[in-house]
Structure formats: C-alpha cells, structure tokens
Design a protein around this ligand. Structure first.
Ligand SMILES: NC(=O)c1ccc[n+]([C@@H]2O[C@H](COP(=O)([O-])OP(=O)(O)OC[C@H]3O[C@@H](n4cnc5c(N)ncnc54)[C@H](OP(=O)(O)O)[C@@H]3O)[C@@H](O)[C@H]2O)c1
Length: 310
C-alpha cells in the first residue's frame, strides 16, 4: 500500500476466486468499461466509481480498445483515473484490454490479424499510459484469419512483456478448443474465457463453462445483469438516461410483456431472499464453480454499491 495513495483497497470486503488452474486470483465482482466511461461521461463521476470499486475490493478492471464512445476514450479516461488515483497500486490491480472488434479505419482496424493485434496493444498501452496490461484478450473469433496467427500474436505480446496473461472472448467451442491447445503448446496457457452469461442467457452452460474448466481456464461473465434488465431499472418503465434510451445494444423492443412478467417474478424471489434483483442475478451466476468473476457495468456509485452487496 503506497504511503501517498488516495485510495485504500478493501480486500476484506471481497471474495477472490482462482482463475482456472492459474496462479491468479480475481475478485468475484469486476468492473467493466464498455459503457459509462466514454468521452462524454462526467469525469468526476467516473473517478468516484473506480475509486469506490477499488476501495471495496474490486481489483479487476475490464477494458477494450474500442470502448467509448468515441472508440478509445474509455481507455484514455481509465488511464487518467489510474494515474491520479491508483498508480501507487499498480501491483494490486488487474487491468485487461482486448482487440478484435471494429476500432480504426481500413483493413487492419479490426479482427484477428497479427498486424491488427500488435498495433492495437501498443495503442491501448499508450492511451492508458501503462507499460503492460495484465490480461490481453482476443475480443472475438475471426472466421477468416488462421487461428494460429491470432494465437501466435497473443503469445508474442506476452513474450514482449506487453501482457502478463491472455484470454479469448466469444469463441465457439470448436475454435476455443484449438486456441486452448495452441496456447498451451506455446507455454502461454489461456488464462480465461470471457462470455455472456446471465439468467436470460444460459448458453455457456451447454459446453463453454465445462470446456474452460477442463482446460484449466477461468470463466468471466460479461453483461451479468443483461445490461440492466436483471435489476429494478426497467420494472416500471424506461427511465430517462438509462442504457435503453441511448444504446444500440439495448433496444426497447426487447421489453415484452412476457419478459417483464419474468423479471417481476425474479424480483419477488429476490425480495423474498432479502436481496435486490441485481444481487440475486449476480449470485445466481456465481453459484457455478466454473465462474471466476462477473464483470458488472455501473453508471453510478449507487449501482456499484448494490452490485457489491452480495
Ligand atoms: N467480451 C465482450 O464481448 C463483452 C461484451 C459486453 C460487455 N463486456 C464487458 O462486460 C462489462 C459489463 O457489461 P454490461 O455493462 O453489459 O454489464 P451489466 O452489469 O449487465 O449492465 C450494466 C448496466 O446495467 C445497469 N445497472 C447496473 N447495476 C445496476 C443496479 N444495481 N441497479 C440498476 N441498474 C443497474 C446500468 O445501466 P444504466 O446505464 O441504464 O444505468 C449499467 O450500465 C463491460 O463493461 C465490458 O467490460 C464484454
């Protein structure tokens, strides 16, 4: 703990789980930067969310090259917050970023070529003002690029000291199997699989969870609250400023009477257990031993506080 640090980590408030068969422990609840940390977000609000997270034991921060908007701005913002609030705690936090989705113009700004991944990690490090990230992910499978090329780029990024561990995200089981094999053979085993898993999307239960466990990889769940559906956010309408009012990734059409009725039923079950629906939904994911962490998003300290109150 740094003598001059502004923030004090809250380790005693968090449970940590081993990430697969690695040496790394991750917090049960991690913080993601997909939304709420872009260029137009309130800088002080962002800082308070990050500081609150660390002060309550959240040691894993999940970013990607194109989080914003605009693309890259969440990394820039995180870098600024890190430098002023957390820099003395570099050895106490896990910072992850990713490449693979649409990022910059032209044929090298997305997907899984060596050209794209090598350029992207350098850009991310520059934006975050870091020497290395803890985890670098291939953000999505690339059906066109040979898997060996993408995986070898991950291996080389580790060998160059730009990342400590690597992970894969959203890979189908057959490609994940190849990725696990290739990385193990290169002695850079895949640390973690990142996939969408929540009470409304149980797909990873089919094969991805079991496969990750068998391969010695951890599993971290993204969108564990289904972008806010599995909270009280939309139980009585669509509030101003909520993600559903401004994000192309969460459209109002999804909120059918059937879904609302299901959400209200779960909300009642949660209340019967003395929990909020958000807490109930996170606990439901963490019931699985294959799961290492849930990566929550939060647009306020209040939301994060609820999500950490498991
Ligand atoms: N690998 C990938 O391809 C991938 C894809 C998606 C996400 N991710 C990662 O996963 C992270 C989390 O994803 P996500 O943001 O979709 O997660 P989420 O936790 O399912 O949704 C977060 C949103 O739900 C609402 N919310 C959260 N807690 C709440 C509470 N207690 N009460 C009421 N509303 C609450 C907020 O929406 P409002 O804005 O409406 O307040 C918040 O922005 C991302 O930041 C990213 O790091 C990765």
């Amino acid at each position: 703990m740094g003598k001059f640090s502004i923030t004090t980590p809250g380790y005693e408030e968090m449970k940590y789980r081993r990430c697969g068969r690695s040496g790394l422990l991750l917090p049960e609840v991690a913080l993601g930067f997909w939304h709420n940390f872009g260029g137009d977000a309130d800088a002080e609000k962002c800082r308070k969310i990050v500081e609150y997270a660390f002060e309550h034991g959240v040691t894993y921060f999940d970013l990607a090259n194109n989080y914003g908007p605009p693309y890259g701005s969440a990394e820039t913002r995180f870098g600024e917050i890190f430098k002023s609030s957390l820099a003395s705690h570099r050895d106490e936090v896990i910072i992850a970023t990713k490449a693979g989705h649409d990022m910059w113009a032209g044929p090298y700004g997305e997907w899984g070529s060596r050209k794209s991944l090598m350029a992207s990690i350098d850009q991310s490090l520059k934006r975050m003002q870091l020497d290395y990230v803890d985890i670098f992910y291939s953000h999505r499978p690339d059906p066109e690029t040979p898997l060996e090329e993408t995986m070898q780029a991950l291996v080389d990024i580790v060998r160059q000291g730009k990342a400590l561990y690597v992970g894969i995200s959203k890979y189908p089981a057959d490609m994940a199997a190849e990725a696990y094999r290739y990385l193990r053979e290169q002695h850079v085993p895949c640390l973690v699989y990142q996939g969408r898993y929540n009470m409304l999307n149980r797909e990873p239960e089919q094969d991805i969870l079991g496969q990750a466990a068998a391969q010695g990889a951890g599993f971290v769940a993204f969108s564990p609250l289904a972008q806010g559906l599995l909270t009280d956010r939309y139980l009585n309408g669509i509030p101003d400023g909520s993600r559903m009012t401004h994000s192309q990734f969460l459209r109002p059409e999804i909120l059918t009477p059937e879904l609302l009725s299901q959400l209200r039923q779960w909300n009642q079950e949660a209340a019967d257990c003395g929990m909020t629906l958000a807490q109930y939904a996170l606990k439901w994911i963490l019931r699985r031993p294959e799961v290492t962490s849930v990566i929550v998003g939060a647009s306020s300290v209040g939301q994060l506080k609820t999500n950490l109150g498991l």
